[in-house]
Design a protein around this ligand. Sequence first.
Ligand SMILES: Nc1ncnc2c1ncn2[C@@H]1O[C@H](COP(=O)(O)OP(=O)(O)O)[C@@H](O)[C@H]1O
Ligand SMILES: [Mg+2]
Length: 644
Amino acid sequence: MAPYLNEELYISAINQETPSKLADLVGSNLNIPVEDKQRLLELVNPTARMEFLLSLVNKEIEVLDLSRKIQSKASEELGKTQRDYILREQIKAIRRELGDLDERAEIEELEKKIETVGMDESAQKIAKKELERFSRMNPSSAEYTVSRTYLDWLVDLPWQVSSKDTLDLRKAKQTLDRDHDGLEKVKERILEFLAVRKLKPDQKGPILCLVGPPGVGKTSLGRSIATAMGRKFARLSLGGMHDEAEIRGHRRTYIGSMPGRIIQEIKRAGTNNPLIILDEIDKVGTDFRGDPASALLEVLDPEQNNTFTDHYLDVPFDLSRVMFITTANVLDTVPSALRDRMEVIRLSGYTVQEKLVIAKHHIVPKQVKENGLTTANIRFTDAALRFTIQSYTLEAGLRNLEREVASICRKVARKVAGGSKKKIVVDEKLVEKYLGPPRKIQECVSTTSQIGVVTGLAWTSAGGETLFVEATSMPGKGKFTLTGQLGDVMQESAQAALSFVRAHADALGIGDDVWETHDLHIHVPAGATPKDGPSAGIAMATALASLFTHRPVKAQLAMTGELTLRGESMPIGGVKEKLLAAYRAGVKTVILPEANRKDVRDVPTEVRKQLKLIFCDSVMDVIKKALEPKTSPTTKKKKPTKRK
Ligand SMILES: Nc1ncnc2c1ncn2[C@@H]1O[C@H](COP(=O)(O)OP(=O)(O)O)[C@@H](O)[C@H]1O
Ligand SMILES: [Mg+2]
């Protein structure tokens, strides 16, 4: 009767000579609990053994008999339909035989959950309706699983589960300080934010938006805030997200539809008040699949996110207790409606000194640990770190530095794993050995003065950068060429610069005759990188003035400012990033618009001390301060040294 006992066993059983051995053989092959087998072994008296074995065999026979009955009953009920249907009927029959739960019980359990997880009334109504539908479904239909999954989502969401905020400001400060060096202002702002939360817990707080170049610690700050507040943490990367459904889910009519990422993260967090980082909000795309930004608008709006409705769930879920923090590299590409909703905190790049401190306190220990090393195996000298920062990375943040340090750690790990017992001290020589020759990617400005070449300062999503405005002229008919992938705004700045210089030719000491008899060309390397923005206007005017007056631009000088046709120098953005870039590139003097004087306060003193800052209101003033006195017109133009 038992399908698992084969012919050979039978033969070997009838050939046994002692009852004891027979009992062993039968007992060990029966499908019985280990405890029973153990008891059988423990019985030494052959009669007792055989008696006990008999009871076991009888029990097994009963079970087998029963399952045969079930089988035949099931097949009677069905005839010859699909296989899975048979199986399901078998399960049913087994359950019936066992007097065990039937479908009703499953449904009752769901019903109980719907009532107890604390959904609001409307959600409960919808869930109950779905359950009603579900109870009438045929378990073999495709709809059945869809409906079941949906009900599971509904009852598994943390409708009423919240974690308690720890709003101990002193502890929060400790956590923030432990995880991040510097960033005093940012931390200060975060602590204020937490303080308000503490005093007014139901306050619909503003949404923080951390803006800054890559690798300055935006994402890791978010994580740190979650730890400081004792909240669950979730990160949602928006970079390259095009599809609205990723935020808001697909309707259930689609096969394989799921709730959107927000609901998914909340379920994963298991609380209805996690801290969710919406990372890289400036990189959300828009296309035919809908506009994720508009879905984000709803998510981030405290007035309406208490009834956020995911397409899949189709019932509102209250997001008002979730704390959102967003991050971005630049704000320009963030839709303005979104921008209005957020309180911006700016993080800027780090100076070499700051990077060194962060590397020592955080990056090196982290990488040492991550690569399976300990402080007994490896030590970085300060000089080596400084060398790595200056000669192998060129960035506002710390990403590449972290990568290079990791690379060194891996090489050391290989040595240690290979049996080296000595503590390896990483100095400059070793860095060079491991990372290859210094890449000299430091931007450098020319140390000699040149005619028609001005160092400008740009502000991009990667932080600040120096750029060179080159102007030259040749005999021709007054044509004006602009190259270097300049955007519309930058081209217009160039036009304005030319108009201004022509209009003030007299005052600048330029002859009237040059305009009709010369072609003019302005180029901004690197030619392959698109550039835009108005902040090079002053630099362009200065380059042209230098070209036509044959007065070289002072060495190691950079400038930034927007030009108006009246000759004013207008304020620009990103002062701190730009000054950091100038400092990195070896600039000694920077000319800035007067109106930007207030922004200089944020610049680290280390940088401020090294740079001479000149504030000017007018372009004429800039030109006067930037150009050397007149030399002979035959001075040879030299190209600036440019980073590779
Ligand atoms: N001020 C800081 N103190 C300590 N570590 C920092 C600091 N700023 C950045 N980091 C580290 O640099 C790395 C990159 O930071 P990340 O948060 O990914 O940057 P972002 O999100 O701004 O691009 C992380 O390992 C982070 O811990
Ligand atoms: Mg990040």
